[in-house]
Design a protein around this ligand. Structure first.
Ligand SMILES: C[S@@+](CC[C@H](N)C(=O)[O-])C[C@H]1O[C@@H](n2cnc3c(N)ncnc32)[C@H](O)[C@@H]1O
Length: 260
């Protein structure tokens, strides 16, 4: 990261415990990563959590969806970890255009990212094996719109929106139904959150909810699949929990655009 580059508006730079950096968003009043380590958290929850090193041996190309591009730690870590001779398509969504413009300028000398180009609200780069597509705007609109003209099925999903309290629209039943409709049967979804509300949103839309690894002060996290039912222990906890799943009736209007 270039230290002399002005930061994107309404963000502060924060160094995390493993020496990697994250951004704190003044609008959402939250940092993009755990202060225990932005990069270590990304490796644990997304690279290992979705098992992409194994998935890339099975799927050609491997198709990854990231929910929330932020400052690009998810993409950059994936770039570093995946073998160079395999094909993969990384699709991400991001509300904040200025954040993406900052990312683009910050990596203007990167061997791959120097080729990033805007095409209306899509920021894209491609070489013979890797394609990066970032959909700028509210993902509840941009993702169904993109999927209506691209036949993609996710093999891995990095569910990395801000927390359900601060960013509830990307943790709803409608959102997870959209992800399910556009996923491969062998998909692995992974997220840092272990809240009962988001687990209910996942379970009630047909995802098999599983326990994930602990990171930093958080005791657990969540993985979700379509080829196994919800872990009975989690089911029991959800039955006992008084909280409700999140819903967002608005997204219903756009769901029909997805090709099954
Ligand atoms: C936790 S940060 C993502 C961090 C990122 N994965 C990384 O590794 O740097 C969440 C991101 O989601 C974006 N976001 C929030 N609501 C959104 C929405 N409705 N549509 C698209 N992006 C959204 C925020 O602007 C923020 O940059």
């Amino acid at each position: 990261m270039k230290k002399d580059m002005p930061l994107p508006p309404h963000h502060c730079l924060v160094e995390t415990s493993d020496g990697s950096f994250t951004l704190f968003s003044e609008l959402f009043q939250e940092a993009c990563h755990s202060t225990s380590g932005a990069k270590s958290e990304t490796i644990l929850h997304y690279i290992e959590g979705t098992n992409i090193l194994n998935q890339i041996e099975r799927f050609d190309p491997l198709t990854i969806l990231e929910v929330g591009f932020g400052l690009g730690v998810g993409f950059l870590t994936t770039w570093e970890k995946l073998p160079r001779n395999r094909k993969w398509h990384f699709v991400s969504v991001e509300l904040d255009r200025k954040l993406l413009e900052w990312f683009k300028s910050n990596h203007a000398e990167h061997e791959f990212l120097k080729n990033l180009k805007w095409n209306d609200h899509i920021l894209e780069a491609e070489n013979e094996s890797v394609k990066l597509t970032i959909l700028q705007g509210d993902a509840r609109m941009t993702l169904p719109d993109y999927l209506s003209s691209h036949e993609l099925k996710w093999h891995a999903i990095y569910q990395d929106a801000f927390s359900p309290k601060k960013n509830p629209t990307l943790w709803t039943k409608e959102w997870f139904a959209l992800l399910k409709a556009s996923s491969h049967p062998e998909v692995i979804l992974s997220t840092y959150s272990a809240s009962s509300s988001i687990r209910k949103s996942l379970h009630e839309t047909g995802w098999g909810v599983q326990k994930g690894e602990k990171f930093g002060p958080k005791r657990t996290s969540t993985r979700a699949v379509l080829n196994r039912p919800t872990d009975p222990e989690i089911l029991l906890q959800l039955d006992r929990s008084p909280v409700n799943a999140f819903t967002d009736l608005h997204i219903q209007e756009t769901l029909h655009k997805i090709k099954e």
